[in-house]
Design a protein. Structure first.
Length: 380
């Protein structure tokens, strides 16, 4: 609990800065009916990269609900996929949902990498949850609607659960969990947070790097080529095209079909590449440590972020892929069912990989449309 208390005390002593509009009511692309507005805000402790950005996407018709979307690791709230068949935000915005997406502080860290990433040691879950709360306050102000839905994908689901647990009970209209969880279905109550934190700090690896062994430049070059034309030559001669190369790489990245399943036609390499090339390079490693601690106990004594979990009455809509494996799927289901809500809707997506849930060719019919129906039924 100490880290959150310290953060809240720090926030109370540092006046909140104003939001700055950097883009106002501009179509997301030429001829589009969905418009985007962007705001940025400095966040405590106001270091060089302590900033967030919020995007509002809305269509031309009347507004029926407000949704805050929390992206996954290395993702952001900018439009990478410009069609409603592969982008939940644009699909919902075009049908009356005011969608607000969040760019985490990581979005402002140069992808070339500053020489020292140690500032990320303080970018824990509590800091990002407070950033999400600031984004939600902006969404409420702009729409005049006090109740917001919150959606998260992957790690964004954990942040969404923590957000819902720290908001007033009547402030969250519903929680949409897109292939992620908050708690382990088989908690061991043995995770030694203090020891793991000490080991992590001694190692000095303050951030994970999405580039991995491939390297950032090679990764971006491969994804850019596949996004432009998947039929173009591969960078590895053993593949017939760059599209085949990306398909094979993504299919095997997290075990067969775990990250994505383009080989079975669940998604297309060009669409996946357009999404992946938009990623932010770094993400604070401290959140891995804190997330494991929270998952290992129904109430983690080290934080207050999960104190209300198990007693939340917020309606929950869950989508889970099978490609990530049984434990990952069960963690998401357990989190949804044991969070305390009497209103839980589960959707298990057979043969889906992780990214297929938000960018697959079946996502509109099996994820986006059911989400809209679910939101509409729970809108007051």
């Amino acid at each position: 609990m100490g880290s959150l208390v310290a953060l809240l005390l720090a926030c109370s002593t540092v006046p909140e800065t104003a939001w700055t509009v950097s883009r106002a009511e501009a179509p997301v692309r030429a001829g589009a009916t969905v418009r985007e507005t962007r705001w940025t805000q400095a966040r405590p402790p106001r270091g060089a990269f302590d900033r967030i950005q919020v995007h509002r996407y809305r269509g031309p018709g009347p507004s029926l609900a407000t949704l805050l979307y929390l992206p996954g690791t290395n993702m952001n709230g900018e439009v990478a996929l410009e069609d409603g068949d592969h982008n939940l935000w644009l699909f919902l915005a075009g049908r009356g949902v005011d969608v607000f997406t969040l760019d985490y502080r990581t979005h402002f860290v140069p992808n070339t990498g500053p020489p020292d990433l140690s500032f990320m040691r303080d970018w824990g879950l509590a800091a990002f949850v407070e950033d999400a709360r600031a984004a939600a306050a902006l969404a409420r102000k702009e729409t005049g609607r006090s109740r917001v839905f919150v959606a998260g994908f992957s790690r964004g689901v954990s942040l969404a659960w923590a957000f819902a647990a720290t908001e007033p009970a009547d402030g969250v209209a519903g929680l949409i969990a897109l292939d992620g969880g908050f708690k382990s279905h088989a908690p061991r109550n043995q995770y030694d947070l203090a020891a793991e934190r000490q080991a992590w700090q001694a190692k000095g690896t303050w951030a994970s790097d999405v580039a991995g062994r491939l390297g950032w430049e090679a990764r971006q070059k491969m994804m850019t080529a596949a996004a432009a034309d998947p039929r173009s030559p591969a960078s590895d001669a053993k593949y017939a095209s760059i599209g085949e190369q990306v398909s094979q790489v993504l299919y095997g990245a997290w075990g067969p079909g775990g990250l994505a399943n383009p080989l079975d036609g669940l998604s297309r390499p060009q669409v996946l590449a357009k999404l992946l090339v938009s990623y932010d390079r770094y993400y604070p490693a401290v959140q891995d440590v804190e997330g494991r601690s929270i998952a290992d106990r129904d109430d983690d004594p080290a934080t207050s972020l999960d104190d209300a979990w198990g007693e939340l009455k917020t309606p929950v809509l869950y989508f889970g892929s099978t490609g990530m494996g049984g434990d990952f799927l069960l963690n998401g289901i357990y989190s949804a069912y044991k969070g305390g809500s009497p209103d839980v809707t589960l959707n298990v997506l057979e043969n889906y990989g992780h990214l297929d849930v938000v960018a697959g060719d079946r996502a509109r019919a099996e994820v986006f449309e059911p989400t809209l129906v679910w939101i509409t039924k729970r809108t007051k």
